[in-house]
Design a protein around this ligand. Structure first.
Ligand code: BGC
Length: 721
């Protein structure tokens, strides 16, 4: 390490003296010329060292020129703790960090400004920890609710996905830390993820699975991208020429680094020639990697050209100039009160009120003396667990601690565990399905004498995990029996479900009057939850994906198109992913996309557009009035969907095209402006490879969820090819 610092110092001096390597990213031409100069001075061996891992999260540098290797780190939940070999913890005392809410929590805020703050603060923490590439954000589309990484990802909808991805990337990179958007592409299941080949039609690829990647690059200017483990159309994504060369470099003009997923490289020549830049993995010996000695040999043998190698080195140096070699870097910060505020704000805006029929919420704190808090999730923390990225949280407020913080002195809180959330996926039958009757009896006794019983159930970070999908949507750990037993003895039971993906909560919806949905919600999890329960925060989260009434209703399951056969999975539903399927096929979900209640209600009126018809280059400007009818101030996410009838191609019944979250005071009316570029109404024509706006009428539908449309109007567009 000392050596590295010393050579970096020498290198910095060199920069100052010669000015040769002074990074000026604003002046790309200059930077390109400097990079070309460095490439000329590198030996082939030195170039190859830059192209593969030399540690779990690092790649090689060139000491002779003082070029440091790249330091990457996971990931979406916060800057991961340092590791020794493999993923074993280094057990440092200096690597704790802020735990940020999981991806679907961020998506449930429907608030791109919060996504920016998330990225900004994550970037600051990465800089403080000297990690220059953050392996985040992750935003593969939620195709099946079973996917083990749904909690890390955002949504089933490409538009919501893209708006959040762009801001997360911009936030991270505002700190001159590279975002690594992942996993490119169609990594929508964990089952067989390292071998399965996805067959998806071109229109669905372009309209559903790629938009957020495209936006993160063309609007967000993401500097690095991670290729997915799986194959697309029989070619591994890490060597998929179509994805990496035609689309990424050709169409989107990507200038940064294509990084393999860890251990996700499968060849030397193909991967090198088809667009992979950097091979990462966590298993030594690193010289046996495809992009180490084998790549050296391939260049010497003339099967990989020096131009190909130079191009990769150029991408790597280009990212270094924006990050580790940036000449005026922002100061890193970690675990600051501002970061706590950000995670609190995200958590508070992500919590979804699913049902409040008896208005038990917000709790009427003045008249409550005893609360029974029940469930393993009330005392469990979520910053780590399962397989995959976690964060060594500096602190995490559990749900029970949050309630104690807010109510401690005025109310007696009795806690009962109710179930054990220990999950061992290797055991059959899995303990997850078995209720613990002793814990249930104890919980019912605790609930019986209380004014209110608050249950905290759901998944946890062992149960939802990278590397495996859930087998079904049922609530684990005998939670349904627990809910039944507690509800039977206390009619004032509030069910809080914590999870990162849809669960089957149909029975709870039928039997219980009060249901709140929360997430793996970061360091301030418990405080935000308590504030929603006591009414300091009016809930404003909206579901970023559909909760099916039955797993078989979800498109891949309805069509028997998951997890595939003989390692091939056919995305038979095409563009009809998520609510597009449910709406078009007229299937009633349990809770629809975009759903979420508030402690107040909102009235919509007066949807208008600036004019009745639009040219292809224009934007449709719509306004709608939203009145807060209740006594609580509240945030509402106004959602605008577009429907095209009489189309010449198959269309989803409606598609989200704009949304805006606004705070409205009690009794006040907000005029909410929404804008849609006409080009966003296009469909992808797979015959011509063009985006086409069909001329004619489009219906605009504005509502509070995808199925609660309050106002509609019609506009006309002239076509665009
Ligand atoms: C995951 C990536 C992660 C990498 C490094 C892989 O298993 O798919 O998302 O960034 O490990 O931890």
């Amino acid at each position: 390490m000392k050596n590295k610092i010393a050579s970096w110092f020498v290198f910095s001096l060199l920069i100052m003296v010669t000015g040769e390597l002074n990074a000026q990213t604003k002046n790309d031409k200059n930077t390109d010329a400097k990079i070309a100069g460095i490439i000329k001075r590198l030996t082939l061996e030195e170039k190859i060292a830059l192209l593969h891992a030399n540690g779990t999260f690092s790649s090689g540098g060139v000491e002779r020129l003082g070029i440091p290797g790249l330091m990457t780190d996971d990931g979406p939940l916060g800057v991961r703790e340092d590791v020794k070999e493999g993923f074993g913890p280094a057990n440092l005392t200096t690597d704790s960090a802020t735990f940020f809410p999981n991806g679907s929590a961020l998506a449930a805020t429907w608030n791109p400004a919060l996504a920016y703050r998330y990225g900004h603060d994550l970037g600051e923490e990465a800089r403080a920890r000297k990690k220059y590439i953050m392996l985040a954000p992750a935003f593969n589309i939620a195709r099946t609710p079973l996917c083990g990484r749904t909690y890390e990802y955002y949504s089933e909808d490409p538009y919501l996905n893209a708006r959040l991805a762009v801001q997360s990337v911009k936030g991270i990179q505002s700190q001159h830390i590279a975002a690594c958007i992942k996993h490119f592409a169609v990594n929508n299941q964990e089952v067989d993820r390292s071998r399965v080949s996805v067959n998806v039609d071109e229109r669905a690829l372009r309209e559903i699975y790629l938009p957020a990647f495209k936006a993160a690059i063309t609007e967000g200017d993401a500097w690095t991208i991670m290729s997915a483990y799986n194959k697309l159309r029989d070619e591994y994504c890490s060597e998929n020429e179509y994805l990496l060369k035609k689309i990424l470099r050709g169409e989107w003009k990507f200038k940064g680094i294509v990084i393999s997923d860890w251990g996700g490289t499968h060849s030397t020549v193909n991967a090198a020639n088809h667009g992979l830049d950097l091979e990462m993995g966590s298993e030594p010996p690193y010289n046996s990697y495809y992009f180490a000695d084998k790549l050296l040999d391939s260049v010497k043998a003339g099967i990989v050209s020096m131009e190909v190698i130079d191009e990769k080195v150029k991408h790597i140096l280009w990212v270094m100039y924006h990050t580790s070699m940036y000449d005026n870097p922002p100061k890193g910060k970690i675990n600051t009160p501002e970061h706590s505020k950000t995670v609190y704000d995200i958590a508070a805006e992500s919590i979804v009120l699913l049902k409040n029929d008896r208005h038990l919420l917000p709790l009427s704190v003045g008249s409550i003396k005893r609360i029974a808090v029940i469930g393993d999730n009330a005392t469990r923390s979520f910053h780590s667990g399962g397989f995959g990225a976690g964060v060594k949280a500096k602190y995490e407020v559990t749900a029970l601690a949050g309630l104690q913080n807010r109510l401690g002195r005025s109310v007696t809180i009795n806690y009962a565990q109710g179930y054990s959330g220990v999950y061992k996926p290797s055991l059959t039958p899995s303990p997850s399905t078995e209720p613990d009757s002793a814990l249930i009896v104890q919980a019912a006794a605790t609930a019986a004498g209380a004014d209110v019983a608050i249950l905290f159930i759901g998944g946890n970070r062992e149960y939802e995990s990278e590397g495996r999908d859930r087998k079904d949507l049922s609530l684990p750990f005998g939670e349904q029996q627990l809910v039944d037993a507690v509800t039977a003895v206390n009619s004032n039971t509030i069910v809080v479900i914590i999870g990162g993906a849809p669960y089957d909560i149909g029975k709870i919806k039928s039997n219980n009057a009060t249901i709140v949905w929360s997430w793996y919600n970061g360091s301030e999890n418990g405080n935000a939850l308590a504030d929603v329960l006591v009414g300091r925060v009016n809930p404003s989260g909206k579901l970023p994906f559909t909760f099916p009434a039955d797993l078989k209703d979800s498109p891949p399951h309805a069509l028997d198109a998951y997890p595939g056969e003989n390692l091939k999975v056919d995305y038979k539903e095409g563009i009809l992913v998520g609510y597009r399927w449910f709406d078009t096929k007229k299937i009633e979900p349990l809770y629809c996309f975009g759903y979420g209640l508030s402690y107040t209600t909102f009235d919509y009126s007066d949807l208008k557009t600036s004019k009745p018809s639009y040219q292809p280059t224009e934007s449709i400007n719509a306004t709608v009035k939203v009145k807060n009818n209740g006594k609580y101030a509240g945030k509402e996410t106004v959602q605008l969907y577009v429907s095209k009838s009489g189309s010449s191609v198959d269309r989803a019944e409606k598609e989200l095209k704009a949304f805006k979250k606004v705070m409205i005071a009690p009794g006040a009316t907000a005029t909410v402006e929404l804008s849609i570029p006409v080009k966003d109404l296009a469909y992808y024509d797979d015959k011509t490879g063009k985006w086409i706006v069909e001329p004619g009428q489009y219906q605009l539908l504005v509502g509070t969820s995808s199925r609660d449309i309050k106002e509609t109007t019609i506009i006309t567009c002239s076509g665009l090819h």
